[in-house]
Ligand binder design. Structure first.
Ligand SMILES: *[C@@H]1O[C@H](CO)[C@@H](O)[C@H](O)[C@H]1NC(C)=O
Ligand SMILES: *[C@@H]1O[C@H](CO)[C@@H](O)[C@H](O)[C@H]1NC(C)=O
Ligand SMILES: *[C@@H]1O[C@H](CO)[C@@H](O)[C@H](O)[C@H]1NC(C)=O
Ligand SMILES: *[C@@H]1O[C@H](CO)[C@@H](O)[C@H](O)[C@H]1NC(C)=O
Length: 396
């Protein structure tokens, strides 16, 4: 969504509503983006960089500063031949993580109308809707052949916003496509949602074969609620709702799922810190080995604030979500944003390197993965959350 020009300018005035670790001369969205770009972000089509590109896109929209648009153009142009073919594409590799960069292609298409971005996006669309294998119910496999019949929450963010945006831009009246976008969420809701807490487990295996799959309950779900998987999923819902047609009966279902998850996230916010625990299901918050993790905290903050901005909450509920987001944002700038030496750049701390359903998906696995500095899958969502916070403050 393009903002009116005056709002760009208001947003650029650093108005200081957001708690700062020190007097900031530029908004955190811009400061964190500049910090990472200054230190170097490789041009790749992998989802980690693509998640950062998504944050840069928000900054490009917010500031109208051409250098962010140039950064995206330069990065993506490195990946493509002049006719929009990806360099060095592995045609045997089918995984949803490959699709994430599609959102950046559609941004560049919208801004430049250069046919090569549409061509590359159309290629990715084909990889998804034609080449990607599906579960018997029609859910995209997370990765073929490695994770057969498995849907992971992560995959919804990797593919669904691109699928929705591509459909809206190129085939807006293709009802089959809209039904298909909806189905991906419906399957996850059906299999992964905990009936009591309304939180979503990391993934499910429709064939019930994975070591971690819930066979007794028949859902095939993995055992735990992992903060980042649910964070990807919340971002997927809020981003898809930007494109999904309001007249389609699925729109209200998506809004309902968004609200239900937002309510769960609000309930589960750690009252002491304002963040969320790596493993979120009971009885694990506060237990030995568990910790408040930064990438998921950034994703929830983004999802809630964008939901507020886009009017997705019921009358009278938005203010409560703003309070949740502000508290989380304060934690992020106090604990997860750190000054890096004398260069005036920021570091991003406290992001767990990875979380996979490759093994048995148990508590010990999640809590023994290392925490890394300057992870793009934490810093990118922090930038997106910062843009939302800055837009909110500019209006408040
Ligand atoms: C940036 O603006 C474009 C064009 O209006 C829009 O499609 C896209 O969703 C926006 N991106 C972000 C991250 O807000
Ligand atoms: C794009 O260009 C490359 C290199 O010239 C060529 O191999 C490929 O077939 C072209 N792709 C399309 C879709 O035209
Ligand atoms: C409509 O969308 C479906 C699902 O993505 C796709 O298989 C089909 O080819 C699309 N139809 C047209 C006319 O593009
Ligand atoms: C600054 O960031 C770089 C790149 O991440 C890192 O190698 C370096 O240790 C950081 N320096 C400080 C003082 O944090």
């Amino acid at each position: 969504m393009r903002l009116p020009h005056t709002l760009f300018q208001i947003a650029l005035l650093w108005c200081g509503h957001v708690p700062a670790i020190a007097a900031a001369d530029k908004p955190y969205s811009v400061w964190m983006t500049d910090s990472l770009i200054t230190r170097g972000v490789p041009a790749t089509r992998w989802y980690t960089e693509a998640t950062f590109y998504r944050g840069v896109e928000a900054v490009a929209n917010l500031t109208a500063d051409p250098s962010y648009h140039s950064f995206l153009t330069t990065s993506v142009d490195t990946l493509l031949l002049a006719n929009g073919t990806f360099r060095g594409w592995d045609y045997k590799d089918h995984q949803l993580d490959n699709i994430r960069v599609g959102s950046t292609l559609l941004y560049l298409h919208t801004r430049t109308q250069s046919p090569k971005y549409a061509a590359a996006a159309s290629f990715l669309h084909n990889q998804l809707v034609v080449q990607q294998k599906r579960t018997p119910s029609g859910g995209f496999w997370h990765k073929d052949p490695k994770y057969p019949n498995q849907m992971w929450l992560d995959g919804l963010f990797m593919a669904a916003p691109f699928y929705a945006a591509h459909t809206a831009l190129f085939q807006p009246s293709n009802t089959t496509a809209w039904d298909d976008v909806l189905l991906q969420f419906a399957l996850v809701e059906q299999h992964c949602k905990d009936a009591q807490t309304h939180m979503l487990r990391h993934g499910y295996d429709e064939s019930l074969r994975a070591a971690w799959a819930d066979r007794a309950g028949g859902t095939g779900a993995s055992p735990h609620v992992w903060i980042r998987a649910q964070g990807w999923y919340l971002m997927a819902l809020v981003d898809v709702l930007e494109w999904f047609p309001r007249a389609h009966p699925g729109y209200q279902r998506l809004v309902g799922w968004f609200r239900e998850l937002a309510a769960a996230v609000k309930r589960e916010q750690d009252p002491a810190s304002g963040g969320w625990w790596l493993v979120m299901d009971q009885p694990y918050p506060g237990q030995k080995g568990n910790y408040v993790e930064s990438s998921g905290t950034a994703m929830y903050t983004y999802g809630l604030l964008k939901g507020v901005r886009r009017g997705l909450f019921a009358e009278g509920e938005a203010a409560g979500y703003v309070e949740v987001a502000k508290k989380a944002y304060r934690l992020m700038v106090e604990r997860f944003v750190a000054k890096n030496g004398t260069g005036g750049t920021l570091n991003w701390e406290g992001t767990v390197r990875v979380g996979s359903l490759d093994g048995n998906g148990d508590y010990k696995y999640y809590t023994t993965v290392p925490v890394v500095e300057n992870s793009l899958i934490g810093a990118g969502p922090f930038i997106s959350a910062s843009v939302e916070m800055e837009l909110y403050n500019a209006k408040a």
